[in-house]
Design a protein around this ligand. Sequence first.
Ligand code: GLU
Length: 415
Amino acid sequence: MDRKEYSNILIPNVLHDYKYYEEKYPQRNLDKGSMVTRFAPSPTGFVHMGSLYTSFSDLVFAHQTNGVCYLRIEDTDGKRTVENGVEGILDDFKNLGISFDEDPEKGGKYAPYIQSERGDIYKAFAKKLIEEDKAYPCFCSEDDLNEIRTLQEVSKDRIGYYASYARCRNLKMADVLKKIENGEKYIIRLKSQGNFNHKIILDDVIKGQIEMPENDMDIVIIKGDGLPTYHFAHAVDDHLMRTTHVFRGDEWVASYPVHEQLFKMLDFPLPKYGHIAPITVKEGDKIRKLSKRKDKGAAISYYAKEGIPTEVINLYLATVNNSNFEEWYNNNPDKSINDFTFTFDKMPVGGSLFDIEKLMNISKIYFSRQSGSDIFEKLLPYLEKYDEEFYNIAKNNKEKLIKVLNIEKYIKRPR
Ligand code: GLU
């Protein structure tokens, strides 16, 4: 049996082959230097300050280079998926008035933008790898994997499915077919060509060069439910959606060797990576990530209730993103974020402490620069939602209220 037939048995009922998808999703017609970025949340149902910060970075770099920033929902991990998780995220962005150039609702040339709707695409590329003997079926059960782990712990070896521990790596075609005939369940693994003793370099646009061992793990690419792992979906989607810059949380740095290898084995050009340091808080003498449950201001919904507009949140995120932004903003009272050029070298390499006082202060500066009538226009819809009594007074006393809002406004240090 040739490998094509073999791959058809291992991954049946695939509608198209990978060449079809390469043609369906051509290179984007953009100017040289235009960045294509993406914000790729799991459908957790809400946007928090940390994820908003990543999306802020995606949006500014794409848009200041006349590029494209799209939203892709990564829902291939059932454990991280919640009910209405996609709607929740889309609603949060809508309420903030933030929009992406392509997203699951408005669509785009590279649709679908929800990974669970892209099943056939991943399978087509997994089949390509099987055909080229770069991927194989693995029949190991949970017990088998535990046994391998125990062996590795006893011999103080690295934990994982690799080299001689990768029991299914060298199964013969005939044995595989027999197992399938017997109804044995399997997943698809990458047949890693890496050597742990070789070094590779991640040339991170934010963090600089980081040296790491090459990947030699036969990682899972297609799971038992037929869906891809994050690693595989990342490679296939960011290639086909023609992403030029992958900005993501720096917890993914450690997985870079897997990704670099996947791109290579799939014959995809490697995008640039920028790993974003998280927004953190100090708890005792420990630094941790911002938590929606524990920290006031971590959930985005907080700001609407407090009357803090999206522009202010963006100004705060701009100060976190580029260390020279704040001074520039203070020195240029008549400019907006769009007039500032963000650069990678001014981005923080380590985590930034979340500072709600600073955010509130930025809010004051922001409002001090607005005319009374501009503030009035923002105030009215806010009051309508949150303070009916004041709303009725404001609505019927527009001129008077604008005069009040203008008190001490046109002085040297406006209030
Ligand atoms: N879906 C991943 C997460 O939520 C995103 C990582 C990425 O942007 O590639 O962590």
